[in-house]
Design a binder for this molecule. Structure first.
Ligand SMILES: [Zn+2]
Length: 307
């Protein structure tokens, strides 16, 4: 879905609500607080006149009131859902991610609001990604991205010229299946043990062959699975032995980071990495917008939200 398609399909708040209600409830709204179906629309005209909002229900069983967005990524928002939907489409289509400044201009929101929307969407991407197990020819590698330290005036902490292992930047570890999906996350450490834990969690080690560079921490893997090493001191490609796929993902990740996110706190690095994985892993899926919206309406059962 591109911008125009989203705006045509969802011209107003009512269209967005109707779509979400259909996904979440079909034709029968259910109270998210108590599970009752003894619910009724609040008087729309009255409601609209009073607050400019629509889509609120009253529950006769527990007396609570609720909306279809209750407990979802859109929970409690005062921003029109159309803007959320456009933001989702923009982020899914952005090759190099999206800054809150760009989004604030695109959607005529202030930057803080745009940042809030982006962060919520990223968190949703992180939360709704099922565990992935890679299989086949797997390339593993690690990289560093610089986040701004929370205290200002400490530029040396993220000096771009300081590169490679042993810097103060955030270490990210990743594995990619050639022609398939990627898993990347902020690394707890880059020791042999941490890398082993990561690979065993995200790769089917019995059915896969691993390609890495010569970094010694990967040696721990050689006893666990087929493992080819490309020595980058000597060459970058040796027949099928290379790590170009994961390097390609890193360059996308970093280009986006340095182009858009240099003012971010390191605290949000995991969400940013999750976003880039989500977009990469759905790069061939034309229906990803619909999938995202559909997943946003799937909630754990026991939640009890007030809105
Ligand atoms: Zn209820």
């Amino acid at each position: 879905m591109n911008l125009i398609e989203v705006m045509e399909r969802f011209p107003d708040q009512e269209a967005c609500i109707a779509h979400l209600e259909r996904i979440r409830w079909g034709n029968k709204p259910v109270c998210p607080h108590c599970g009752s179906i003894e619910v009724a629309h609040k008087n729309e005209t009255q409601e609209k006149d009073k607050t400019g909002r629509t889509g609120r229900y009253n529950c006769h069983a527990c007396q609570a009131s609720f909306k279809v967005t209750c407990g979802t990524v859109f929970h409690g928002t005062k921003i029109p859902l159309q803007k959320w939907f456009v933001a989702i489409a923009l982020i899914l289509n952005a090759k190099k991610s999206l800054s809150s400044y760009q989004l604030s201009r695109d959607l005529q929101l202030n930057q803080k609001t745009a940042w809030y929307i982006l962060t919520r969407i990223r968190a949703e991407m992180a939360n709704k990604t099922n565990p992935i197990v890679l299989q086949g020819i797997i390339e593993a590698d690690e990289t560093y991205i610089g986040g701004k330290p929370r205290k200002p005036n400490k530029r040396e902490d993220f000096e771009p010229s300081k590169r490679g292992r042993g810097t103060d930047k955030t270490a990210v570890i990743g594995a990619v299946e050639r022609g398939g999906q990627v898993v990347a996350e902020v690394a707890k450490g880059l020791t042999g043990r941490a890398i082993l834990e990561f690979i065993r969690r995200v790769v089917n080690v019995r059915e896969s062959e691993l390609m890495t560079d010569e970094y010694h921490a990967y040696n721990a893997l050689s006893s666990q699975m087929k493992h080819e090493v490309i020595n980058h001191q000597v060459q970058f490609v040796d027949g099928d032995t290379h790590t170009n796929t994961i390097e390609g993902f890193w360059s996308l990740l970093k280009r986006a980071w340095y182009g858009q996110h240099h003012h971010y706190s390191v605290e949000y690095t995991p969400l940013y990495v999750a976003e880039r994985c989500y977009v990469y892993n759905n790069r061939h899926r034309e229906t990803i917008f619909w999938k995202f919206i559909r997943q946003s309406m799937i909630l754990p059962k026991e939640n009890n939200y007030s809105e």
